[in-house]
Design a binder for this molecule. Sequence first.
Ligand SMILES: [Zn+2]
Ligand SMILES: [Zn+2]
Length: 263
Amino acid sequence: MLIDSHCHLDRLDLGAHNGSLDAALDAARARGVGHFLCIGVSADNAGAVKQMAERYSDVDCSVGVHPLDLEPGAAPAMDWLLSELEHPNVVAIGETGLDYHYEPEAAELQQASFRLHLQAAQTTGKPVIVHTRGARADTLTLLREAALPQAGVLHCFTEDWDMAKAALDLGFYISLSGIVTFRNAEALREVARQVPADRLLVETDSPYLAPVPHRGKPNLPEYVRDVAEYLAVLRGVSYETLAEQTGANFKRLFPLARVNLHG
Ligand SMILES: [Zn+2]
Ligand SMILES: [Zn+2]
């Protein structure tokens, strides 16, 4: 089953679908997308992502605070995060992580928040969705320090093979977005060829970074099909095989997701 493992349904630019989220989701379903994981980025949007999951049985969600959405000087409260994670459709924690590319000055605060999310993962057993940019060493250090018994995912992966290998060794999955289709992404394509078939996920990260041939337009969940078709060619497998592998991986990583692979 083709699954968009990371999309921001509450932030889509729906101009191409006359402002209708229903139409956008239907367009994705028509292209074979069987499930969507709608990602939390802040306390402010936790309600919106939970509503998406309550409204659509093929949407689940995560709750967390993105490293670039932290309140100045304050990591989120553990009580708040744990209570959000009690919701049955909140199947994962995040996105959390480190982004020194855009906010290097907030590194310490980002680390405190990342550690808090990792503790919540330890407490609840729910998998963590990690955003990492310009922070390879610290991301790996904190993940090693957390030593989570359950797997997690590095989403919208843009790093090199050494980073991928280190994350794979920690039991993590690698999720690839439309960035792998970009002309200058040769190093990432090398990673995409090498990730083991049982550790790969696909995502859009919509509304950001639409894949070729939609580059420059607002990204939509239906374009995960373009990412998957591109990766299938790159990896020398059929599209059907790639969709089946990544769908099974999604269900293994997010066991609470309402995915029925054989339905
Ligand atoms: Zn991200
Ligand atoms: Zn995201």
